[in-house]
Design a protein around this ligand. Structure first.
Ligand code: AMP
Ligand code: MN
Ligand code: MN
Length: 288
């Protein structure tokens, strides 16, 4: 325990409830993400790869060995009021139906990567789908893999330039992604026994939006995220308490590609995870 007056208490330690591995667009395999979590002293992490749960078994195995709890997670790209909303599924238990649904989204991701490559080629950039496949070793392929292929080809200096010049929204090789309605994402996460959590709402995290989502069954919201300002943190924490939403947070770490962004740097208290556990247990008992 921390002495009184010592500032924010580590209490039962810190957790990090948003991370990515090579199962989607992270730099490190799941085992290495968990090793890093152990190295920085986290008591638990959620692995939340985009549109896939393929990394979870490996993470659980290494986590059991190293004493790091692994929360089964996923990050879905959804639409709420015509805008993109990233939705985390945390504490997933029954993967079957969710996995079947996500298989379609991964097929769409591959088709989209092919369209992006075709656009780039038509714009005079030398790149092939093989280049992209080499960067994507896991099942969920995305723009970051195309960006890395562009860097490997020497077409751009770094990932940021790849997005600014070609891949970002409104740029010449941008192709939109298949997304599901947020209500359907929430329902699929609930069917898998998990909690639906709004990832990095930032300034979009208004009372009106959070209330609307709570009405659709949203369970929680990220308060801590590297993209949040101090004002975002304060406002969202207050709204979460007011609306009965669980608090969550994470570094959204993608490994070496994130530069100074570090696993565990959001210092998410383990007490938030304990509150999530309580909600999961209550729901399993039919109480919530
Ligand atoms: P996708 O799901 O394929 O559309 O890829 C989205 C991912 O690309 C995000 O999760 C970020 O990791 C990354 N990304 C999006 N915009 C940028 C950017 N401007 N610079 C670097 N990475 C970006
Ligand atoms: Mn996201
Ligand atoms: Mn993420």
């Amino acid at each position: 325990m921390t002495a009184p007056g010592a500032g924010p208490s580590a209490g039962d330690g810190f957790v990090d409830l948003q991370t990515h591995s090579t199962a989607s667009d992270g730099a490190l395999p799941p085992a290495r993400v968990v090793e890093e979590a152990a190295r920085v002293g986290l008591v638990a992490i959620a692995l939340t790869d985009h549109d896939t749960m393929a990394g979870l078994a490996e993470a659980a195995e290494v986590g059991a060995r190293l004493g790091v709890r692994i929360v089964n997670g996923v990050e879905l790209s959804t639409v709420f009021r015509r805008q993109e909303l990233h939705l985390l599924g945390l504490h997933l238990r029954d993967f079957g139906p969710l996995e079947a649904m996500l298989a379609d989204y991964r097929v769409a991701r591959r088709a989209r990567a092919e369209q992006i490559v075709a656009r780039l080629v038509s714009l005079g950039v030398t790149i092939t789908m093989d280049d992209v496949e080499r960067q994507a070793t896991g099942p969920a392929i995305g723009r970051p893999h195309v960006a890395r292929a562009l860097v490997a080809r020497g077409a751009v200096a770094d990932l940021r330039q790849a997005f600014d010049k070609w891949l970002g929204s409104g740029r010449p090789a941008f192709v939109d992604k298949k997304r599901l309605e947020v209500a359907d994402g929430i329902a699929a996460i609930h069917a898998a026994g998990g909690l639906a959590v709004w990832a990095h709402p930032g300034r979009d995290g208004t009372k009106d939006a959070l209330r609307g989502l709570a009405d659709l069954g949203l369970d929680g919201v990220e308060v801590f995220h590297p993209g949040h300002t101090p004002d975002d943190r304060l406002r969202i924490a207050k709204l979460a308490d007011e609306l009965g939403l669980l608090k969550s947070g994470g570094s959204d770490w993608h490994g070496q590609f994130d530069g100074p962004r570090q696993l565990g740097n959001q210092q998410v208290p383990a007490a938030w995870l304990a509150a999530q556990d309580a909600r999961v247990a209550a729901r399993a008992a039919g109480a919530a």
